[in-house]
Write a protein that binds this ligand. Structure first.
Ligand SMILES: NC(=O)c1ccc[n+]([C@@H]2O[C@H](COP(=O)([O-])OP(=O)(O)OC[C@H]3O[C@@H](n4cnc5c(N)ncnc54)[C@H](O)[C@@H]3O)[C@@H](O)[C@H]2O)c1
Length: 326
């Protein structure tokens, strides 16, 4: 895979526009690599939030060899959008998931962009073709969708289309991978990209199983983390079921289970997130949380994610080896 966009720019300057949940996390990861990070957010307490977030996650970044104990972040907090994007080689757009807000931001941003800069939106599910509306030249805009929290979860989903300049996806890919990310590239536009569609599929059934009285919230959560979720951290669903067929692989698995899956798929639920269903889920989570607050749960999730990531070097090396052959 060519890496021409930033080949001669050892340390591209990165701008983060919108430093909420996702922007703070991106800012910390990019700063850990020693790069200069220009931050612009419309809220006045953005600097305190980004610096506080850095302090809280720096030990995790060190544990993953993404930062050294002495790393000092090179953050610069900008008063205006222009001041951030006019000096950046790479702009990570992380404002809220509202099409009109993103289009208004792009209208203001495009005239100020440095020539050749790449703009990657973290959008969870908006379509690139919709986000390109209003650009004079949308060739530098792509989808670069992370999974929360981006400073820990390696996946970034990339998508560009026939209006995207040829060097943009390879350049973005090189930058993300230099920060330790695992990138996948979508071949065509689809609502929700890939990972959120998979998440939506499993969450739909998890809701249905609670809503229809089959199982409690606590137990459906355990059915994932103590069962298939543990395996999914190591290999994806197709590869795991390939092993489920024994020496005969996926073909043997399908011979045995095709009819069962056809019946199960027909029986899967179609829940809706109405007030009663949401209340049931919230009550179930309160039972399961046992008084642990948001900060405690987040700390537990992140500490265990770090442990899992440290154990996954083989999965990663295998992915990179296959990728090199493509
Ligand atoms: N929350 C998630 O789990 C998640 C995961 C992956 C991707 N994303 C995507 O990331 C993006 C950001 O989501 P989030 O959860 O961080 O939202 P958030 O609400 O936590 O943060 C958005 C930030 O943008 C700022 N902002 C709003 N308008 C702005 C403007 N015009 N200029 C500059 N700053 C502005 C806000 O002040 C806020 O700090 C969305 O597109 C979302 O779909 C979210």
């Amino acid at each position: 895979m060519p890496r021409d966009q930033f080949e001669n720019v050892e340390m591209p300057v990165v701008a983060i526009v919108g430093s909420g949940l996702i922007g703070c996390s991106w800012a910390a990861l990019i700063a850990a690599t020693g790069r200069q990070v220009l931050v612009f957010d419309s809220r006045p307490d953005a600097e305190a939030l980004v610096r506080g977030f850095w302090d809280s996650v720096h030990p995790e970044l060190v544990a993953l060899d993404l930062a050294t104990p002495g790393t000092q972040p090179r953050f610069e907090f900008c008063e205006t959008l222009d001041a951030a994007v006019s000096r950046a080689d790479f702009v990570l757009e992380c404002i809220p998931e509202r099409l009109e807000a993103k289009l208004a931001l792009y209208r203001a941003m495009e005239p100020a962009l440095k020539p050749g800069a790449i703009v990657a939106t973290s959008s969870s599910g908006l379509k690139l073709s919709d986000l390109q509306a209003g650009w004079t030249d949308p060739g530098r805009l792509i989808i670069g969708h992370p999974f929360n929290p981006p400073h820990l979860v390696p996946l970034v989903e990339l998508f560009g289309n026939d209006r995207t300049d040829a060097d943009v996806l390879p350049g973005a890919r090189a930058l993300y991978e230099s920060c330790g990310k695992v990138t996948i590239t979508l071949h065509r536009e689809v609502m929700g990209h890939v990972a959120n569609r998979l998440q939506a599929a499993i969450w739909r059934e998890a809701i249905h199983l609670v809503d229809s009285g089959v199982v409690s919230v606590r137990d459906v959560n355990a059915a994932v983390w103590a069962g298939p979720g543990l395996r999914w951290a190591v290999m994806g669903p197709h590869m795991l079921l390939n092993l489920g067929g024994g020496e005969g692989g996926l073909r043997a698995y399908c011979q045995q289970f095709s009819e069962s899956y056809a019946e199960w798929w027909k029986d899967l639920g179609q829940p809706s997130l109405d007030a009663g269903t949401i209340q049931k889920l919230v009550d179930g989570l309160a039972d399961e949380s046992g008084g642990r607050d948001y900060a405690t749960l987040r700390r537990q999730r992140d500490a265990q994610l770090v442990a899992v990531l440290r154990a996954l070097s083989e999965t990663r090396a295998g992915f990179q080896k296959t990728d090199a052959l493509v």
